[in-house]
Design a protein. Structure first.
Lengths: 301, 450
């Protein structure tokens, strides 16, 4: 019991986590061994992962020496620079020469695909695009109903079928509908699946091929939806999904919690997959394109 | 399940095993490895610190130094401490003080509450109870409907009224259960962030209205370092009595299990291991600990095998195995039978590492898509070939490949796999067995498939 109590009280102190601890650390004096060790711990506690943390801290240390950075305040800007450079996405993801732009959302169960689909639809609608959504999760009970409510909120039409039907066929039909109606953007939701389920990943690959057959070059973007609270397993998720179908990048959801989503550093570092959007709440507008500098600055503000 | 961590610890401890006596330096090296492995497994860094401190204290003490096999001693210590941290014995659900037993589920968004609610109801039905599912998530679009569909699917009673406040829905649901003799009542609440004060207040109100026998925190097994924050706040604000860990059928190392248990002091009661409503299992801390250490979850496997396998057939097979007369036909039967126990992945995950199952075979078998072609390949062999695969030369291989619509490579792969399996059985029959394996063999006599 004692140990648990002690741990609890230490947690209360660090509840606001990552942010406070980093600031506290940086407000100190010189860059010493202790500083780097604490920095490592803070990055690991933000889910950055052991491998990427060690690499990052090592490189930062070298650069601090090379640039003769000796105090923590100037180290801070070096670090922000370094991390935002790591996270920076290449210029905008693929867009077809003529519409529709087809975006497919994939991810493990409960990561926030359906909500993200609606938010993304709202995002494109605000840009003045004609958008439809496809309720491709025909497996989970009431997933279609969930997206239907969202489609009303977003003011976007939904292509749907009854539960349990073949989602490949649904996507095929959706493309025909999009072509016929002069739609600019098609956003496809898919059923959540754990990346180590062979059959489910095969099914995803089939969806991918069917879409490409009916609309050459599509899906133009395949986005993996990742819950910011996820730990190191997110790397395995990104790796496996990327093997089943080529990913364009990530949507990082649930950033309104206390998790910092540090795992995206590891995913970018190890797999070169950028974050494209972030989700920060349950409302349609709690959504924004990812900006590496803002995101990094927020880590240290 | 937890396999990555098992790999790492196994590797470090293998090095320890080779040594006669442990120096403090050896212990340091092992501790460093264990620390990294646990961090990579998403165990919270503070929990890791405590864990390592506890192990080191015991490891460098005389307990190990005077032991003749210090490596094994460390394995034992790590195993014991892991088990202790996860809560010693399996823990059941508390009964109601009066009226129906109310089970309240709470957790972050997307942790799996609604699916778990239905699974819990299905579990109760299997033990002869009449559960009532109550949907109190009036916020997430489609959430009420989702639970309603699931309750129809399993044939359980359902109540909700999205016009009411969540605590009112729960109160009415419980009253209905009292009148209509439903027991237990399972309350599905909305997912919420632990820092959302208003939503946390709502949970407190629901708890007050429902007076639940259990408040179960539903935690995604893939959660990272933040698991401790959410769990601590839920426990401090609402007060939880147990944990359900979901999505353990993924390949996450599941360090969140250790973290959440450590900060709340509450037992993990069930684990979710699949999308089907029957895939909820009791949590066995000791089994999970051996699993983490790469000793495999033999007990779970044996239980499952016992439930799924025809006892006589198993005995027959056992005889064949001992006499080394296991043929490709038997192999095919086994694959079919294994599938009725669970996915091949589950099964291999439960077997101990270093139990004579070569890595290649693990990898090949993981691919369930291969199963159909394996059946086709074996189906394309002659009787003679099935009994004695050694006669399968290259022209026979070609014929089998054409006959089964596969490739020569696939035929080769299968033959290799079969050869390895035979080798493994030979090892099992030999005297060089670990204690675990002797136990396994003993159990096999009572009906283990291979």
């Amino acid at each position: 019991m004692n140990k648990i109590d002690r741990f609890r009280s230490s947690l209360v102190r660090s509840r606001s986590g990552f942010l406070d601890r980093l600031n506290h650390l940086i407000r100190g004096g010189e860059l010493d061994f202790d500083f780097y060790e604490q920095l490592e711990e803070i990055l690991i506690s933000g889910d950055v992962g052991v491998e990427t943390t060690l690499k990052l801290v090592h490189e930062l240390k070298e650069e601090a020496i090379a640039q003769k950075v000796t105090n923590r305040e100037s180290f801070r800007s070096l670090m922000i620079q370094k991390i935002s450079a790591l996270l920076a996405a290449p210029p905008g993801p693929a867009v077809p020469t003529e519409p529709p732009l087809f975006i497919l959302l994939v991810g493990v169960n409960g990561s926030g695909k359906t909500t993200s689909a609606a938010k993304l639809a709202g995002f494109y609608k605000d840009l003045g695009k004609k958008v439809i959504m496809v309720a491709g999760d025909t497996f989970r009970a009431a997933a279609t109903e969930q997206l239907e409510i969202w489609s009303v909120r977003a003011g976007v039409e939904l292509i749907r079928q009854h539960s349990g039907s073949d989602s490949s066929a649904l996507f095929f039909d959706a493309i025909n509908a999009a072509k016929a109606r002069g739609i600019d953007v098609v956003i496809g939701d898919t059923a959540g699946r754990l990346h180590n389920k062979y059959n489910l990943m095969e099914e995803l690959n089939k969806i991918y091929r069917v879409i490409g057959r009916n609309l050459p070059g599509a899906p133009h973007q395949v986005i993996l939806v990742v819950d910011a609270t996820t730990g190191q397993n997110a790397v395995a998720q990104a790796r496996s999904f990327n093997q089943a179908l080529p990913l364009s990048g990530l949507i990082l959801t649930k950033l309104d919690g206390t998790a910092r989503g540090g795992i995206v550093l590891a995913i970018k570092d190890l797999l070169d997959l950028p974050v494209l959007y972030i989700g920060t709440g349950e409302q349609l507008e709690d959504f924004a394109p990812f900006d590496a500098e803002t995101f990094t600055a927020a880590l240290f503000e | 399940m937890f396999s990555g961590l098992a790999d790492k610890l196994q590797h470090t401890l293998k090095q320890l095993r080779g040594k006669g006596k442990l120096s403090e330096k050896d212990v340091d090296a092992a501790m460093r490895e264990i620390r990294l492995a646990l961090l990579e497994a998403d165990v919270n860094f503070k929990v890791v610190k405590d864990f390592i401190a506890a192990i080191r204290e015991r490891a460098v003490g005389h307990e190990v130094m005077e032991s003749l096999t210090p490596g094994q001693q460390v394995v034992k210590i790590v195993n014991e401490e892991l088990t202790r941290l996860m809560g010693e014995k399996p823990s059941g659900l508390s009964a109601a003080k009066k009226g129906p037993q109310v089970l309240m589920l709470a957790g972050l968004q997307g942790s799996g509450k609604t699916t778990t609610a239905a699974k819990l109801a299905a579990l109760m039905q299997r033990s002869g109870k009449k559960p009532l599912l109550v949907a109190a998530d009036i916020y997430r679009p489609g959430a009420v409907r989702q639970l309603e569909v699931l309750s129809e699917k399993i044939g359980a009673a359902f109540y909700s009224n999205p016009e009411d406040k969540p605590e009112q829905i729960c109160r009415i649901g419980i009253a209905r259960a009292e009148n209509e003799n439903f027991d237990p009542v399972i309350l599905d609440t909305a997912g919420r962030l632990h820092i959302d004060q208003q939503m946390m207040d709502e949970l407190v109100a629901i708890k007050k209205a429902a007076a639940p026998a259990e408040v179960l925190l539903v935690v995604d097994a893939m959660t990272g370092q933040d698991a401790v924050n959410a769990a601590t706040v839920f426990n401090e604000t609402v007060g939880i009595s147990g944990i359900i860990l979901t999505k353990l059928d993924g390949d996450t190392r599941g360090g969140a299990a250790l973290s959440v248990r450590a900060v709340t002091g509450c037992p993990i009661k069930y684990i979710g291991v699949g999308e089907k409503t029957e895939q909820l299992e009791p949590f066995y801390p000791d089994r999970m600990a051996s699993r983490i250490l790469g000793m495999g979850d033999l007990l779970s496997l044996i239980e499952k095998a016992g439930a799924a396998v025809d006892q006589n057939k198993a005995r027959e097979l056992e005889q064949k195995l001992l006499k080394q007369k296991f043929t490709l036909d038997d192999f095919k039967d086994q694959l079919v039978q294994l599938r009725s126990i669970g996915s091949l992945e589950d099964i291999l995950g439960m077997l101990p590492e270093g139990a004579g199952i070569p890595k290649e075979m693990r990898q090949v078998s993981l691919n369930e898509g291969n199963l159909k072609s394996i059946e086709a390949i074996i189906g394309s062999m002659t009787k003679k070939e099935k009994v004695d695969p050694s006669i399968i030369n290259s022209s026979r291989r070609r014929r089998i490949a054409i006959g089964s619509g596969t490739s020569v490579q696939e035929v080769n792969r299968l033959l290799n796999q079969f050869g390895q399996m035979q080798k493994m059985f030979k090892q099992m029959g030999s005297t060089e067995q670990t204690g675990q394996f002797k136990k396994l063999k003993k159990k096999m006599k009572k009906g283990f498939p291979f």
